[in-house]
Design a binder for this molecule. Structure first.
Ligand SMILES: C[S@@+](CC[C@H](N)C(=O)[O-])C[C@H]1O[C@@H](n2cnc3c(N)ncnc32)[C@H](O)[C@@H]1O
Length: 250
């Protein structure tokens, strides 16, 4: 199947997205649309899918049945719809939480770079005390609200603040699903996550083996908690990465 250039740009070639400057990466993605209009657009351009590692959760996603799967970028109402895909790293973190609910039960959790919000929503569903959903893209936050609603899960807290580089984290658990898609940005993120870990938070990193993590010196500070085989639909979107891993600091 030939994916659209919207999908290919975002998913099949993460390196391409990674060529953006760091400044571009951390800018807030502010939409000019009202939340209700955004929600309407998300519902119109996505379909509800459970074809991933956590079928317990229904998600509004762009799949091969959607117009945007094939449409060129200029026909997309969303500039960079990362939230419209459930990335392999996020899927691995989510599966790991579902299989080990004690890690988040009764804890405060940050879903950093939450995208569709799946990892944070599942943390909440297995008993996290409070989940903060964080993404610099305001459209992602609307997608999280829709995904929470369809699964009847409450959203405690959201923020579009760029937290990378801030001092530690007040959260007991920090989830980072598929944030290491660009070498420079991955360096910033890993350094910050190491600091967050040193300040006392449990950090769970999900990644399918992207170049930015594999080649980074801090990889030696991580150990692997789990490895998962990805579903066929995820493979369609992520050529070259048949598995996804969960890492934490040693
Ligand atoms: C590859 S997607 C992963 C989404 C989700 N965690 C998953 O695994 O499905 C990366 C997400 O991180 C967000 N992002 C990028 N830089 C960020 C930053 N500095 N702070 C918070 N979110 C950021 C993007 O908007 C995007 O939604």
């Amino acid at each position: 199947m030939v994916a659209s250039s919207v999908v290919r740009r975002l998913v099949a070639c993460p390196r391409q997205h990674g060529r953006r400057s760091l400044r571009q990466q951390v800018r807030h993605v502010v939409s000019t649309q009202e939340p209700e209009i955004l929600k309407h657009q998300i519902l119109a351009e996505t379909t509800v899918s459970r074809e991933h590692l956590t079928p317990e959760l229904a998600l509004h996603l762009i799949t091969p049945t959607c117009r945007l799967w094939r449409a060129p970028p200029h026909l997309s109402p969303f500039p960079d719809p990362f939230w419209a895909f459930y990335w392999p790293g996020g899927q691995a973190v989510s599966r790991f939480i579902l299989d080990n609910p004690g890690l988040v039960k009764g804890k405060t959790v940050l879903d950093f770079g939450c995208g569709c919000g799946a990892s944070g929503l599942l943390a909440k569903s297995v008993g996290a005390k409070k989940v903060t959903f964080n993404d610099i893209d305001e459209v992602a936050i609307e997608a999280v609200q829709l995904n929470a609603s369809i699964n009847k899960i409450m959203v405690d807290d959201v923020t579009t603040t760029n937290l990378v580089g801030s001092a530690g984290s007040p959260h007991q658990v920090v989830l980072a699903g598929d944030l290491l898609y660009d070498s420079k940005f991955a360096g910033e993120v890993l350094t910050w996550l190491q600091e967050v870990n040193r300040s006392g938070s449990l950090v769970l990193i999900g990644d399918p083996g992207r170049f930015a993590l594999e080649g980074h010196p801090l990889k030696a500070s991580l150990h692997c908690l789990a490895k998962y085989e990805l579903a066929p639909t995820t493979l369609l979107e992520n050529s070259g990465h048949p598995q996804a891993f969960v890492w934490t600091f040693s």
